[in-house]
Ligand binder design. Structure first.
Ligand SMILES: C[S@@+](CC[C@H](N)C(=O)[O-])C[C@H]1O[C@@H](n2cnc3c(N)ncnc32)[C@H](O)[C@@H]1O
Length: 203
């Protein structure tokens, strides 16, 4: 697919999901930060037009919002959120972006599987290493019975592989979902998803 066709595709996706609430993995992770760390900082990898960023800001977090699509960050800016000064937008591939010191939450909703397997595994290792004690990861990965299994440039994991990539973290949520449905673009799809919230052990 040409670069501009792909951007147009994502633009339609953002438009369609515009008013959806934040992902429940994000909500579950945020609820567990009690008390809230001082000056809390989150990294949202593949933030899209900011479905999760809105909630992070609402709860007092600063957010480094990363997406490879200029249109995502344009639509995030167009929301004109009241606390937009707490967003640092970064146009980058999520598997290449540095994980800055001080990030207590790495959130990646429905975005990490859109990386090549080697890059995916490298990113997992970096998240495990860089999270501070009591820091968390939240997001979705795809299983091998997903209809998109085999698409180039994407990563699919069986349950054991997914668990192994989270080794050393405490699993606060690890839910495997299999369901038949439709994609936001209206195509029939079998979903095989792991919904994850994981915490680095610490005080
Ligand atoms: C399915 S959307 C999810 C958006 C948002 N996180 C949500 O939950 O609604 C995936 C997003 O990840 C971005 N994306 C896909 N692959 C990426 C990559 N390798 N690096 C950075 N962003 C990527 C896409 O541009 C898109 O905005």
């Amino acid at each position: 697919m040409m670069e501009n066709e792909r951007s147009a595709d994502w633009a339609a996706y953002y438009q369609q999901l515009r008013d959806r609430p934040p992902r429940r993995t994000l909500l579950a992770a945020l609820d567990r930060f009690d008390p809230l760390p001082s000056d809390p900082l989150a990294l949202d990898l593949g933030c899209g037009d900011g479905r999760d960023v809105v909630e992070l800001l609402r709860r007092g977090w600063r957010v480094i919002a990363v997406d490879a699509e200029p249109e995502a960050l344009r639509q995030l800016a167009a929301r004109k959120l009241p606390s937009a000064d707490r967003i640092t937008p970064v146009l980058a591939r999520l598997e290449e972006v540095p994980l800055p010191l001080g990030v207590q939450l790495v959130n990646s909703s429905f975005a990490m599987p859109l990386c090549e397997p080697d890059a995916f595994r490298g990113l997992c290792a970096r998240i495990r290493e860089h999270l501070p004690a009591s820091g968390r990861f939240s997001g979705q990965w795809y299983g091998k019975r997903d209809s998109w299994f085999g698409r180039p440039g994407m990563t699919f994991l069986d349950r054991n592989e997914a668990r192994a990539l989270l080794d050393g973290l405490e699993l606060e949520m690890f839910e495997e979902e299999e369901s038949d449905g439709v994609t936001p673009r209206g195509n029939a799809k079998h979903w095989h998803i792991y919904h994850i919230v994981a915490r680095k052990p610490g005080p």
